[in-house]
Design a protein around this ligand. Structure first.
Ligand code: SAM
Length: 275
């Protein structure tokens, strides 16, 4: 098949075009339209319901930034829960922290995991780690029903459409709060503050209602819809402003470091005004 342009629609007036050199797989799972394509600029790319989730070349930014700020803020993140994250990138980063004893991951769509094993082995290798357990289940139901308690919960969800809608809801955060230990922390990918302002503001409102402390931080994921990308932390006790003096940075990270940690929490005025 010859090359073609894939259009990723962001609003009625804004779209991004990607040159596709090869389609590796296209399928309709019970939850979403899934495709894995080879792109000219960004290498292999996973697309769910028309939205790019990860690309081979820049996935490290999102995965390092969703994981390390919260994992370095919690003094002993031994037991971690990941909701979503079916490609395995978040799991890979969590397992780099030696103090971690157990990671449970709850992904609703087994086909995302299977496609990652087939096409993104550098991410999916984490599934074979002895500290990792994978549950194919709805994360909303899991936090509602589980008796387990975690130090850290990481919500690596897709955009608030289809099965991910309720991952941005108040009940989910209330159940996540109860699933955390007394000094636990949650971090959620809270979308673009420009293109998904409603979702971003909903996360702010609900996490503020449920947790004593809430913090927003930013990064730039090059291949997500343009501009800053937000993450939001809800915390029962700890505050993440600065990299802790008593911890050592993991070797070999490509994005996150001590200075990036502090800088990520500096918010421009237009975002401060939204909060
Ligand atoms: N980095 C990505 C982004 O922001 O574009 C997110 C990547 S990850 C592939 C998102 C995952 O969340 C998907 O695999 C999707 O199946 C999963 N997911 C969506 N709703 C879910 C739910 N209710 N419970 C568990 N996993 C869910």
């Amino acid at each position: 098949m010859s090359e073609y342009w894939m259009e990723e629609m962001h609003t009625d007036g804004y779209k991004v075009s990607w040159k596709i050199t090869r389609i590796l797989n296209e399928e309709k799972t019970p939850f979403q339209e899934l495709s894995v394509v080879e792109t000219r600029e960004w290498g292999r790319t996973l697309v769910l319901d028309g939205a790019v989730q990860i690309t081979e070349k820049d996935e490290f930014i999102y995965h390092e930034m969703i994981v390390h700020p919260v994992m370095y803020t919690h003094p002993r993140p031994e037991k971690v829960l990941i909701i979503g994250g079916g490609d395995g990138g978040t799991l890979r980063e969590v397992l780099k922290h030696e103090e971690v004893k157990k990671v449970d991951m709850v992904e609703i769509d087994e086909r995302v995991v299977e496609n990652s094993k087939m096409y993104f082995p550098q991410l999916a290798q984490a599934f074979a780690h002895p500290k990792a357990r994978l549950f194919i289940e709805d994360g909303i139901k899991y936090v509602k029903e589980t008796d387990e308690k975690y130090d850290v919960i990481i919500v690596d969800s897709s955009d608030p459409v289809g099965p991910a809608v309720e991952l941005f809801g108040l009940d989910f955060y209330r159940n996540a709060y109860k699933t955390l230990r007394d000094d636990g922390m949650i971090v959620v990918q809270s979308e673009s503050p420009v293109f998904f302002q409603d979702a971003f503001l909903k996360v702010q409102k609900y996490l503020k209602e449920v947790f004593p402390y809430k913090f927003v931080y930013l990064t730039t994921c090059i291949t997500y819809v343009s501009g800053p990308w937000t993450f939001t932390i809800g915390s029962k006790q700890y505050k993440p402003g600065k990299f802790p003096d008593d911890k050592k940075l993991i070797d070999g990270l490509k994005y996150y470091n001590e200075a990036v940690h502090s800088a990520a929490f500096a918010l421009p005025n237009f975002i401060r005004e939204m909060l």
